[in-house]
Design a protein around this ligand. Structure first.
Ligand code: BES
Ligand code: MN
Ligand code: ZN
Length: 490
C-alpha cells in the first residue's frame, strides 16, 4: 500500500509530478487563482476553452514547465450538490488511473474546492477522495517478473486539514480492504489453510489472542461437518479463532468462509471458471482485514473472528454425496452435494461460537452460492438474518462504505427446501431459491443468537474493472465489517 502524505502547503508551492485540482461543473474555479497565476494562466485558459467542463470523472492534464509541480491535472467532480462520499472516492480513483496512464507516479491532491461542499458523511471530503485514490491504485503484482510495480503510483499527497486520527482511520480502512485483496488474489497452492493460519498469527497485538484448532482437536469437538469438507485434500484444515479484546462484554463474532479452493469435491465443478474458486476464502480474507485494522485502531470493542479454513478436493478419502455427518451441535446432515461445502464449514463455525463464545451477535460472510451472483450480479451482497437491529446496522455500515448489501427474504418455508429423508437436514436442494435456502440452512445453527449472513459470491471477485478496484479481488466486506464493528455501541 502506498503511503499518503498529508501536505500542509499552498497549492502553488507544492513540488510533485502532478498537482491534482478537483473542480465542480457548476461552480467557479477562482479558488485556484494562485496556482493559475503560477502557471501563467494555463488553467483558466483550459477552462475557458470549454474542453474541460468538470463532468464527474473527466480529467485533463496540463504540463506546467517552470512551476514547482511538473504538471496539473484538472479533475472533474461533477455537480456540487450531487457530491457525496462515493462520488469523491470515484473522483479520487479516476484521477489516479489517469496519472498512471500518463506515466506519472506521484501526485498531490488539492481539496480546497471540495471543502466548500457540505457532506452528510462522517469524514471530510479529503478522506473519501484519498480513500478512492488509495483503493484505486492497488494492483496485485506479486507474480509478475517486472520489477515490482514499475508502472504504479508510488507516492500520494493530499493538501488537507485531516487530523492525525482521521488519517489513521483512513489508512486502517484502506489497509483492511487491500489486505483482503492480497489474500484473495493469492493462488490456492500458496494460500492453503495453514497459510491462512500463518496470516492470522502474523496479526500480532497485545489485545489479540489467536488459537489454531487442528484436525485432532476439531474431531474431539465434534466438528464433522467442517472436517468432512477437507477429507479429500492433503492440506490439513485449520480452524482459526482470533479474539480481539478492546472493550467489555460479550463479543461480536465474525465468521468468514475460508475454503481456500473449492473444486466442488466429488460433485466436481465444470472446468470453465474453476480457477476462480481460489476466491472461495474471500469471506475469511475480509474478516482478517478487519482484525488487522482493529488492533491498529485500538477500538474499544470485543470481536472474535472464526475462519474455518479448509480445501475442498476430490480424492480417495474425500467425503461423498449420500454421506451423513454430524455437526458440532448434534445436527445430522445428509450430504447431497459435496459442492455445497461452505454451509457445512459455517454450520460448525456458528455452532462453535454459540457453544463456546456467548456471542452478542454473529455475522458470517461467505462466497456461498452461485445463485447470489445470478440474483444481484457484482453490485451487492445478499443479506439475510434473524435479527432486525443487526441487519439495520449492517445496512448502515454498507451505506457508509458503499459496499452494498441487499436484503433477501428468509421466509420460514425456505427451511423445507433442505429437509432430508434420512437426516435432520440435507445440504443442497433444488436450484430454485438456493440463495435463501443456504441462509435457512445456517439459521438453525445460530439458535437464539442474533445472526446475519452476507453472501458475497457475486461481489468478492470482479471480471471487469470497477471504479476503485481493478478486475479481480475487490476486498468486499472488509470496510463494511470494520465500520460495522467500530460503530457497534453507537
Ligand atoms: N463457492 C461456491 C459458490 C460460488 C459460486 C461462489 C460461484 C462464487 C462464484 C459454493 O461452494 C457452491 O458451490 N455453491 C453451490 C451450492 C449448491 C450445490 C447447492 C452453488 O451455488 O451452485
Ligand atoms: Mn462449492
Ligand atoms: Zn464454495
Amino acid at each position: 500500500m502506498i503511503k499518503l502524505r498529508n501536505v500542509r502547503a499552498d497549492e502553488a508551492n507544492v513540488s510533485t509530478e502532478c498537482l491534482i485540482l478537483p473542480f465542480f461543473s457548476d461552480t467557479k474555479y477562482s479558488v485556484y487563482s494562485a496556482v493559475d497565476t503560477a502557471t501563467g494562466g494555463l488553467i483558466s485558459r483550459a477552462v475557458k476553452s470549454g474542453r474541460f467542463s468538470a463532468d464527474f470523472k473527466q480529467t485533463m492534464l496540463i504540463y506546467t514547465p517552470g512551476c514547482k509541480f511538473e504538471s496539473v491535472m484538472l479533475a472533474g467532480a461533477g455537480n456540487k450538490k450531487e457530491l457525496d462520499a462515493e462520488r469523491l472516492r470515484q473522483t479520487g480513483s479516476a484521477a489516479i488511473r489517469q496519472l498512471n496512464s500518463q506515466r506519472l507516479y506521484s501526485g498531490v491532491f488539492s481539496t480546497a474546492v471540495l471543502n466548500s461542499a457540505k457532506l452528510k458523511e462522517e469524514f471530510s471530503s479529503a478522506f473519501y477522495l484519498a480513500e478512492g485514490a488509495l483503493l484505486g491504485s492497488y494492483k496485485f503484482t506479486k507474480y509478475k517478473r517486472e520489477t515490482k510495480c514499475k508502472k504504479c503510483i508510488k507516492e500520494l499527497g493530499i493538501i488537507s486539514s485531516m487530523s492525525a486520527g482521521e488519517i489513521k482511520q483512513l489508512n486502517a480502512f484502506v489497509a483492511a480492504s487491500l489486505f483482503a485483496r492480497d489474500l484473495v488474489s493469492a493462488p490456492a497452492n500458496e494460500l492453503t489453510p495453514s497459510a491462512m493460519a500463518s496470516y492470522a498469527r502474523a496479526i500480532k497485538s497485545s489485545s489479540i489472542k489467536t488459537k489454531i484448532i487442528e484436525q485432532k482437536e476439531a474431531q474431539r469437538l465434534g466438528m464433522n461437518a467442517y472436517l468432512s469438507v477437507g477429507k479429500g485434500s492433503r492440506e490439513l484444515p485449520r480452524f482459526i479463532v482470533m479474539e480481539y479484546k478492546g472493550g467489555k462484554g460479550s463479543p461480536v463474532v465474525l465468521i468468514g468462509k475460508s475454503v481456500t479452493f473449492d473444486s466442488g469435491g466429488i460433485s466436481l465443478k465444470p472446468v470453465d471458471g474453476m480457477e476462480k474458486m481460489k476466491y472461495d476464502m474471500a469471506g475469511g480474507a475480509a474478516v482478517l482485514g478487519v482484525m488487522k485494522a482493529l488492533s491498529d485502531l485500538k477500538l474499544k470493542v470485543n470481536v472474535t473472528a472464526i475462519l474455518p479454513a479448509v480445501e475442498n478436493l476430490p480424492g480417495g478419502s474425500a467425503y461423498r454425496p449420500g454421506d451423513v455427518i454430524k455437526a458440532i451441535n448434534g445436527t445430522s446432515i445428509e450430504v447431497v452435494s459435496t459442492d455445497a461445502e461452505g454451509r457445512l464449514t459455517l454450520a460448525d463455525a456458528i455452532g462453535y461460537a454459540v457453544k463456546f463464545l456467548k456471542p452478542r451477535a454473529i455475522v458470517d460472510i461467505a462466497t456461498l452460492t452461485g445463485a447470489c451472483a445470478i440474483a444481484l450480479g457484482g453490485e451487492a451482497a445478499a443479506m439475510m438474518g434473524s435479527d432486525r437491529e443487526l441487519m439495520d446496522r449492517l445496512k448502515k455500515a454498507s451505506a457508509d462504505t458503499y459496499e452494498r448489501v441487499w436484503e433477501m427474504p428468509l421466509f420460514e418455508e425456505y427451511a423445507d427446501y433442505l429437509s432430508s429423508d434420512i437426516a435432520d437436514l440435507k445440504n443442497s436442494g433444488s436450484r430454485t431459491g438456493s440463495l435463501m435456502a443456504s441462509a435457512a440452512f445456517l439459521k438453525g445453527f445460530a439458535g437464539s443468537v442474533p445472526w446475519a449472513h452476507l453472501d458475497i459470491a457475486g461481489t468478492a471477485w470482479s471480471d471487469k474493472d470497477r471504479p476503485y478496484s481493478l478486475k479481480g479481488a475487490t476486498g468486499m466486506g472488509a470496510r463494511l465489517l470494520l465500520k460495522f464493528v467500530r460503530d457497534i455501541d453507537k
